[in-house]
Design a protein around this ligand. Structure first.
Ligand code: NAP
Length: 284
């Protein structure tokens, strides 16, 4: 049976460190502050924003809400982003994605001050990651790396396969693994034989957003499997992109859903916000 990586416990350790550093910043007169922007009423987004706000409270980061359940036009959203960019009391901007239909995510992200982009999605920050000199690393891939490091997974030379090539998870994760000298393949919906790739993976990271798309027979014996997916079935049950029961029979280690990558994402957002605040205040 696979070892189950405890994302909740590792995230709690990260939050403990962040909390101590937030206290130190506050003692020097800087209160790290995160603007939380949520447009629309997507139920999952509301849950994620709630968790992020709770984490802010836990570590002492001030959260300022900008909630628009009735929606917001793109021009008004861009104006809000520019206002937050200019506000010296705000160190980080959390723009909860996905935006409702009709709003262009790329355009809104482009408008953000890269120094306040605590999610690391701005082209400047993604470009720095690609260039090998990261500034702000997207939270979910950063959380995956933290988890792998915590459990002492030696990435150098490893055959790594990432399923999914999104801007927020798959692509940045692949680059982080590459920077640590793994040999990386990225799979997506046009990949001809997904199982042929996943079966080669010593490290398999799955961010497809398809419930239980990876089953036991698609996994190499003794692989380390990271399940980024969060999917709610019609029964209401929360599952990952990996079929836990069959994969845990073959893998050497596996992240659960919930309690794996999810808590790590929130912890990394807190770390990124602290970093943004200390950099802007000249403390870092
Ligand atoms: P996304 O933007 O929808 O991207 C999904 C990617 O997976 C795409 O690149 C897609 O390929 C690929 N894909 C979809 N079905 C596939 C299949 N059957 N075989 C191979 N590749 C397939 O999703 P995302 O934003 O990256 O999120 C992925 C999952 O992670 C979602 O379940 C999301 O809820 C979850 N998530 C979790 C956290 C967390 O904190 N744990 C954070 C963010 C996201 P194409 O490019 O060809 O379409």
């Amino acid at each position: 049976m696979a070892q189950v990586f405890d994302g909740k416990a590792v995230a709690a350790r990260v939050l403990g460190t962040v909390k101590a550093e937030v206290e130190a910043a506050r003692a020097r007169g800087v209160t790290p502050t995160l603007a939380v922007v949520l447009v629309g009423e997507d139920p999952a987004s509301k849950i994620y924003v709630g968790r992020k706000r709770a984490a802010c409270q836990e570590v002492g980061i001030a959260a300022r809400d900008h909630l628009y359940p009735q929606g917001l036009g793109e021009a008004d959203l861009l104006a809000l982003i520019r206002e937050l960019n200019a506000d010296r009391g705000v160190h980080g901007i959390l723009l909860q994605l996905p935006l409702p239909a009709g709003l262009d995510e790329g355009r809104v992200l482009d408008a953000m001050d890269p120094a306040k982009d605590v999610d690391g999605f701005h082209p400047y920050n993604l470009g720095r990651l690609l260039a090998g000199s990261p500034t702000v690393v997207p939270c979910t891939p950063a959380g995956v790396m933290e988890l792998l490091d915590h459990y002492g997974i030696e990435l150098k030379g490893m055959e790594a396969v990432v399923v999914g090539r999104s801007r927020i998870v798959g692509k940045p994760l692949a680059h982080l693994l590459l920077a640590r000298h793994a040999t990386v393949a990225i799979c997506h919906t046009r990949t001809r034989d997904l199982a042929a790739h996943t079966r080669r993976a010593e490290l398999l990271a799955v961010a497809a957003g398809r419930p239980q798309v990876i089953t036991g027979e698609m996994v190499r014996p003794d692989a380390v499997v990271i399940d980024v997916g969060i999917n709610r079935l019609s029964s209401g049950k929360l599952v990952g992109d990996v079929e836990f029961d069959s994969v845990s029979q073959r893998a050497s280690a596996l992240t659960p859903v919930p309690g794996g990558v999810g808590p790590m994402t929130v912890a990394m957002l807190m770390r990124n916000t602290l970093l943004a605040a200390t950099r802007q205040a000249g403390l870092a």
